[in-house]
Design a protein around this ligand. Structure first.
Ligand SMILES: [Zn+2]
Length: 379
């Protein structure tokens, strides 16, 4: 930390020089310092999206989300405990750009069973698609410092996301629990001022503009390559051209909620409470990303533990008392274990089905709002 005078209001303050941009705590001016000659340059394209929630609202939003996913909404208050609610304003580089991709590939002919890959089974097709984005890149060095910020992009297409950037508008409109349609987060932004964070800490800007731009371009090229692959069975050629309209820095409010699951009933004694997380948009109140407490695998494992413990007990009983008990006990054990297993399996399947429905409805909302279309196939 070094002391420095703000180039706008001239008041001295302490700054961390490893940050790419410095923020004056008195007048909220954003500036760059050239460390060699001490020259200060004011940076104007800095915005902030106001934070509209506090810790209590964050907690209530998390519980509401859990109630929607739980098979017994009334039991949520007894079984789930919010242990931590933290809000902050993260800096994002938002790159406005248009990506135009053309592709060429072999597509399997319809109504024909391909037995071997012969040339007559495929048609050569070409196509192109164009998409515009406000692509967001985290301006913090460690993208893992906050849970959930590494994979925010949830595209409607069946592709595996390998990048941390995301289209800003569709991401920050998803997962809203209430139907109130207000301005989008992007429309609600203001020129940067500390007061709009409403008490949440403002994280420093560590990644520079050039890197933000380069990462956005790399990620969109990779995304468009994967989109092109969906069109053809064998993608032969493709080309993506990117037109950058602008880049700006925006501080965005995000809340991380940590919760624990402690089931009532038998499960309480075998299930070790584990921390789970939720990421909430601090402006639109949508759930950006969330971890479910108990998944199918966990339930099966719990049953395995219960069965193992019980069979041990019956084995002991059989050995100590009469060997005939051993056989009967084991037989009963088998039936009990099987019935528990099927009931739990059914319940887990039901929960997963609900989760799928919920996430499907989110992606429909998202498409509607973002106005994006699947890449058209030219024929
Ligand atoms: Zn100042």
């Amino acid at each position: 930390m070094y002391e420095l005078q703000c180039p706008a209001c001239n008041k001295p303050s302490h700054y961390n020089f490893s940050d790419y941009l410095l923020l004056c705590p008195f007048c909220s001016t954003t500036f760059r310092l050239n460390q060699e000659d001490g020259h200060k340059e004011i940076y104007g394209d800095h915005y902030i999206i106001p934070n509209t929630i506090d810790g209590a609202t964050g907690k209530e939003l998390a519980l509401e989300w859990l109630r929607r996913l739980h098979h017994k909404p009334g039991a949520v208050e007894q079984e789930f405990f919010v242990t931590d609610v933290k809000g902050f304003s993260i800096p994002l580089w938002i790159v406005s750009l248009e990506g135009h991709t053309s592709w060429k590939g072999l597509v399997k002919k319809q109504n024909r069973q391909v037995i071997r890959n012969s040339s007559s089974d495929y048609l050569m097709e070409t196509g192109q698609f164009r998409r515009t984005y406000r692509w967001a890149i985290n301006a913090r060095n460690n993208i893992c410092e906050t849970w959930g910020l590494t994979r925010l992009h949830e595209p409607p297409e069946p592709i595996h996301v390998e990048w941390d950037g995301f289209p800003f508008d569709s991401t920050f409109t998803r997962g809203r629990l209430s139907d109130e349609e207000g301005r989008t987060a992007y429309e609600a932004r203001n020129y940067f001022e500390f007061k709009y964070s409403n008490g949440t800490p403002i994280l420093g800007v560590q990644v520079n503009e050039e890197e933000g731009l380069r990462r956005a371009k790399n990620q969109i090229e990779l995304y468009h390559y994967k989109l092109a692959c969906l069109n053809a069975d064998y993608l032969i050629d493709y080309r993506t051209e990117l037109e950058v309209a602008g880049i700006q820095l925006t501080h965005v409010p995000v809340w991380k909620v940590t919760y624990m699951y402690r089931p009532t009933g038998l499960l309480r004694h075998v299930q070790k409470p584990r921390e789970r997380h939720l990421l909430i948009d601090g402006y639109g109140k949508g759930v950006l990303s969330g971890e479910l407490a108990l998944v199918y695998h966990d339930k099966v494992m719990i049953n395995a533990y219960v069965s193992a413990a019980a069979s041990l007990f019956f084995l002991l009983l059989g050995a100590m008392w009469h060997s005939a008990f051993l056989l009967i006990a084991l037989f009963c054990m088998g039936i009990a274990a099987l019935s528990i297993f099927t009931s739990v399996k059914k319940r887990a399947e039901k929960e997963e089905e609900e989760l799928r429905k919920l996430s499907a409805s989110h992606s429909i909302d998202r498409d509607k709002k973002a106005g994006t279309k699947a890449p058209a196939r030219a024929s």
